[in-house]
Design a protein around this ligand. Structure first.
Ligand SMILES: [Zn+2]
Length: 410
């Protein structure tokens, strides 16, 4: 069975949410657990109720709407997040939640009975801008984060997650955990990268999430006067760091076309025009779909840094900050998404996600898959973020048909 979503209604719903926390430049400012977040949540709950779904809110404020199935107990879960970055776009998150809503509305309109229940979800604080870590609600729900620690987390004004959840009325009563077995989880999200657009594809079938390694390198040399100190007597921490920046930039060429490597932060002490830099601190961020390649990349970063430190006669220390293993999505979810793109006649492309999503946590709970919508010029976390109405609709239809396939229908 193939379904087509009501495009006009779907676009209308997207426009309604985009007005909540809207900024003058067409973006969104809907940080987690703010008044704007409360407003969009209240609006969302009213939509779930109007669609005849059973609403429940858990102790993390994750909000679910359930439609019963006829046989199997294990639900298919589908959703994303409604919170945004402080200067975010209108697609990152809401597109996935509202495509899921439109899917359930259409299934209801057509009186389709599914074998399994279907649940829709809005995860709390995916963005991690006001409260860290990102993907907080799904992390607690999946058992990857500790509820009490997360509750105690505070923002810059010292307000805690727990008190803000309570203040906006979303400190729910259901425990923030699966509580039952789930059959599968699907999430639609914008790609946030340029690959689909470059490939002139209409929609993406996501195969998994890349793994990553973050860390910090500190070079320490001899701060001294730039005038009287001869070149051969210097230990310049910034020169060693700069050499390493260049080496990291060239690293992916040697490792494969899917590797990305970045130095996003560099600071120098004392940071003065006439003092030889005595200390340089820099970060690394390397990612690849293969964990072994991430590890190789990390080792190469350290080897390049050591060589640069030795050449310059400065010392080096390093600290690993974060390691995230890659996630391979379940074959049956990948195939359900691929089959949906075919049934709808969309030009699709398979690709891994370069960024983490709530789906990363869900993959630890049940079979998981994702659909990507085209991101124009790969821009996100910006008011300039854009996905054309055609591409929004193609991704939403793909999600709907893949969901129906997993939920089973006559
Ligand atoms: Zn997002």
């Amino acid at each position: 069975m193939r379904i087509d979503l009501d495009r006009e209604r779907f676009e209308g719903t997207m426009a309604e949410q985009a007005a909540i926390g809207a900024t003058d430049d067409g973006g969104l400012d809907r940080l987690a657990l703010t008044d704007a977040d409360r407003e969009v949540r209240d609006w969302f709950v009213s939509k779930l109720e109007a669609a005849g779904l059973d609403v429940r809110i858990d102790a993390m404020g994750n909000t679910f709407g359930r439609r019963e199935g006829v046989e199997e107990e294990r639900p298919v879960l589908v959703g994303s997040h409604l919170d945004s970055q402080p200067k975010g776009g209108i697609y990152d998150g809401p597109l996935g939640v509202l495509a899921a809503l439109e899917c359930l509305r259409t299934v209801e309109d057509r009186g389709i009975e599914t074998t399994r229940p279907i649940e829709i979800v809005n995860w709390t604080n995916e963005e991690g801008s006001r409260f860290q870590p990102a993907m907080m609600g799904s992390g607690v729900w999946a058992g990857a984060e500790n509820l009490e620690e997360v509750y105690a987390t505070t923002d810059r004004e010292n307000k805690s997650v727990e008190e803000e959840l309570d203040r906006i009325g979303y400190l729910g009563e259901t425990p923030a955990e699966p509580g039952r077995e789930y059959d599968a989880y699907l999430e639609l999200h914008i790609e946030q990268g340029p690959l689909l657009e470059r490939a002139e594809a209409q929609v993406g079938t996501v195969t998994g999430v890349v793994g990553l390694s973050w860390g910090e390198l500190v070079f320490r040399g001899e701060p001294n006067h730039t005038g009287p100190t001869p070149m051969h007597l210097r230990g310049d921490a910034l020169v060693a760091a700069s050499d390493t920046v260049g080496a990291i930039r060239r690293l992916p060429t040697a490792l494969g076309e899917r590797t990305v490597a970045t130095v996003g932060s560099l600071s120098v002490v004392p940071d003065s025009v006439n003092v030889i830099p005595g200390e340089a601190r820099m970060t690394w961020d390397v990612r690849d779909p293969e964990d072994s390649v991430v590890e190789t990349a990390r080792e190469r970063v350290l080897a390049e840094a050591r060589a640069a430190a030795e050449r310059e006669g400065v010392s080096l220390s390093h600290e690993d900050r974060l390691h995230v293993s890659s996630v391979a999505f379940a074959d049956r979810c990948i195939e359900a998404v691929a089959a949906a793109t075919e049934a709808c006649g969309y030009d699709a492309r398979r690709l891994p996600s370069g960024a983490g999503h709530d789906a990363t946590h869900l993959a630890g709970v049940c079979d998981t898959g994702m659909v990507f919508a085209v991101s124009e010029e790969g821009i996100s976390h910006s008011p300039a973020e854009y996905t054309s109405p055609e591409d929004c609709y193609a991704a939403a239809n793909t999600l709907a048909n893949a969901t129906l396939e997993l939920a089973g229908s006559e």
